[in-house]
Design a protein around this ligand. Structure first.
Ligand code: NDP
Length: 492
């Protein structure tokens, strides 16, 4: 057998790559190395789930005083200090990055702060000039946000940039209707930014249950987000060119034009090492003919796998149309010694899925226990306000497959109803008419992400509607409704 430097070389230090490296070294006793060319922790920890969730928490406080006052408190909401928050956020991310580095070190994984590309089926070339060989190579390089192909698109920011903003813009246009667009629309609105969102389709959050996304869209509009569906950006440019003068600004309704201009000039813009300094404001023309100036434009128009210029095709690895590495159910590429996991494979792009794919890879490649990843019935949450938690099939998808009963209720939750708020909650079960299995559960509510995790266990176990019915309600809670719906709203 050939003598390699390592048993495993992992390319990418995000959630999936780090887990696979640690487990292969720690549990399977493999000699493991890992290369990362950016920060350890990857998208989830450094520029995704973790900082996003902390921003969700920050943004939710803006409504607290209002509700508390209805409960007899005397509170004022105060103002939000972005730079104070950002500095705490950076300290926390530094801490987490250190944790990731230590986990690798303590598991005996050798790390390289370098970009790695494939030289051949068993060799990686590092940007330091070194080459390393390994019996098995795992690619876990994740994905990156993409801008649409539009002149001046680089005037817009992407989700990675949000965490580096020097100051929060007064107004922002968000393009897209997916997870990132909707989550940041709610976050930034909560932090006091005037948010306009354009989505090219008929309803945001395509692919999710229709009633759930309808309720979220309504709640977002009720809270003051200017959400336009069936609308897209067609042109953009710096507002300082000819377009700037007569073009009405997003904040014109709220303040005089000259005051708005001063606000815009005070906005520090975005610093992005890769792109140089970009500053607002940005002039935008949309498909509805409207022309407006925004302090910033955020493109949340999807993510592409990070697979370019890695030498993949040269060694025989097959890559799909969007750059995704094509793998079998064991995460093996077309080359026997090379595996790929996580967003770079564009299967289900969620952190816990990448981690599971990493663990299954170690079972397969290092523990003589071929393990396919189970991508069915994955619970997930969209951290909009209100949140959505979902597992299984939407009503629309379920109806395509079989006859279903739909149990659904929508109500004003006690906590905010008491304060006179219009907020509504939705609880929905989609049930197979033939065998009573719950095919899908959709919750729109504060903390729906927490609720769906537990509903997900039951549904993954194959719970029937009668199993839900047999479970006694926890009273008084919002989630008790999930076990008290007795009559189907409709069959379809
Ligand atoms: P999504 O694929 O979810 O959404 C992309 C959005 O951009 C869609 O609304 C899409 O429209 C729109 N779009 C695409 N191209 C264009 C264009 N040229 N012009 C205008 N609009 C366009 O991607 P995200 O970036 O929001 O998120 C990426 C992935 O990250 C998610 O799919 C998810 O897997 C993961 N994620 C998960 C989170 C969570 O678990 N809470 C949070 C954030 C991200 P259309 O619908 O018409 O295609």
């Amino acid at each position: 057998m050939a003598d390699y430097d390592y048993d495993l070389f992992v390319i990418g230090g995000g959630s999936g790559g780090v887990r696979a490296a640690r487990v292969a070294a720690g549990e399977a006793g493999a000699r493991v190395a890992l290369a990362e060319d950016d920060r350890y922790g990857g998208t989830c920890v450094i520029r995704g789930c973790v900082p996003k969730k902390l921003m969700v928490f920050a943004s939710e406080f803006s409504g607290t005083a209002d509700v508390a006052n209805a409960y007899g408190w005397n509170m004022t909401s105060g103002s939000f200090d972005w730079s104070g928050f950002r500095s705490r956020l950076n300290t926390e991310l530094d801490r987490l990055e250190d944790v990731y580095r230590s986990l690798l070190k303590n598991s005996g994984v050798e790390t390289f702060d370098a970009r790695a590309t494939l030289k051949d089926k068993h060799t990686v070339a590092l940007s330091t000039g070194e080459t390393k060989t390994a019996k098995t190579i795992l690619i876990a390089t994740g994905g990156r946000p993409v801008r649409p192909d539009l002149p001046n698109a680089d005037l817009g920011i992407v989700s990675d940039d949000i965490f580096h903003l020097d100051t929060l813009p007064k107004s922002i246009l968000i393009i897209g209707g997916g997870y990132i667009a909707c989550e940041f629309a709610c976050i930034l609105h909560g932090l006091g930014v005037q948010v306009t969102q354009y989505y090219r389709g008929a309803q945001i959050l395509r692919g999710f249950d229709d009633e759930a996304r309808g309720l979220i869209a309504e709640a977002m509009r009720d809270r003051g987000i200017e959400l336009h569906t069936g609308t897209n950006i067609v042109q953009m440019g710096p507002a300082s060119d000819d377009h700037s003068g007569p073009v009405p600004t997003a904040s014109d309704a709220a303040m005089g034009a000259s005051a708005q201009q001063e606000e815009i000039m005070a906005y520090g813009g975005v610093k992005d090492d890769a792109q140089g300094d970009r500053t607002g404001p940005v002039w935008v023309k949309s498909t509805n003919g409207r022309e407006q100036v925004f302090d910033a434009v955020l493109f949340a128009t999807g993510r592409d796998p990070n697979s370019t210029d890695m030498g993949l095709e040269e060694v025989g690895i097959e890559v799909g149309r969007r750059g995704e590495i094509l793998v079998d159910e064991y995460s093996k590429t077309a080359v026997d010694s090379v595996y790929a996991i996580g967003d770079v494979t564009n299967r289900v792009n969620l952190t816990p899925v990448a981690i599971r794919e990493g663990m299954a890879f170690v079972e397969t490649a290092f523990k003589d226990n071929p393990t396919a990843v189970d991508h069915s019935l994955i619970p997930s949450a969209v951290f909009t306000q209100p949140e959505m938690g979902t597992v299984g099939l939407s009503e629309e998808d379920a109806r395509e497959k079989e006859e279903v009963e739909v149990y659904c209720t929508s109500f004003r939750p006690m906590r905010t109803a008491f304060a006179g708020k219009p907020d509504r909650v939705l609880m929905k079960l989609v049930v197979s008419k033939a065998n009573r299995t719950v095919l899908g559960c959709h919750i729109v509510a504060p903390d729906a992400g927490e609720m769906i995790q537990l509903a997900g266990v039951a549904i993954k176990m194959g719970a029937t509607k009668e199993d839900f019915d047999r479970t006694v309600a926890v009273h008084p809670t919002m989630s008790e409704e999930i076990v008290t719906m007795r009559t189907p709203m409709r069959t379809a």
